[in-house]
Design a binder for this molecule. Structure first.
Ligand code: HEC
Length: 166
């Protein structure tokens, strides 16, 4: 009897903790490598996200790379639970995500937001600015002599015209 009661108490707890959420599994679900248990379509059929590789996701829905930052942990949790977005409700209402699928997708989105923070964007911007500066300098150096004859001719013509008028 006590064992039975303990089991009843422990089972939901075990279901809640379960296996640790995995960003890799979340990504596999997102791109459709692993199917959703209830038959919902892969998110990537309508959404793109950073790091899912070629050929990327669909463009019908917004890019979900920054969705963790946008909704925050609680918001993202409940949006994954309800998927309450007009284009998605007709599809997912009868094909809800399981708790594990939600947790794995959550971990995937969370890992994307971390990646973005560590990303090399500032370095890339810095490099392209440096490249631009070098190009501008090179053009200025190369163009220095090219402009002179033109300018000289313009000045001469202006002088001539001024002289004629005088
Ligand atoms: C049939 C296409 C389709 C599929 C499949 C789909 N979505 Fe969407 N989703 C959309 C569209 C379109 C929107 C924009 C809001 C709207 O019109 O419903 C959206 C919006 C969202 C948003 C809100 C984004 C924001 O920035 O406001 C989230 C989060 C989201 N989807 C998550 C998912 C996840 C997770 C899956 C996979 C389980 C998924 N979607 C599958 C079409 C889809």
């Amino acid at each position: 009897m006590t064992i039975l009661m303990w089991l009843l108490w422990a089972m939901p707890l075990a279901a809640q903790t379960g296996t640790p959420a995995s960003p890799e599994t979340g990504k596999a679900l997102f791109i459709g490598k692993v199917r959703f248990a209830n038959g919902g379509p892969a998110c990537a059929s309508c959404h793109n996200a950073a790091g899912i590789g070629f050929p990327g996701g669909g463009s019908m829905g917004p890019n979900l790379t920054g969705v963790y930052a946008k909704f925050g942990p609680d918001g993202l949790n409940s949006s994954l639970e309800t998927l309450y977005f007009p284009a998605m409700t007709p599809i997912y209402t009868y094909r809800p995500l399981t708790q594990d699928e939600r947790r794995n997708l959550f971990a995937f989105f969370q890992s994307l937001s971390r990646k973005r923070e560590e990303s090399s964007t500032p370095a890339v911007i810095g490099l392209s600015l440096a490249g631009l500066a070098i190009l501008l300098a090179a053009t200025a150096v190369a163009g220095r002599h090219r402009l002179k004859p033109v300018r000289r001719r313009l000045v001469e013509r202006a002088r001539l015209e001024a002289g004629r008028r005088a």
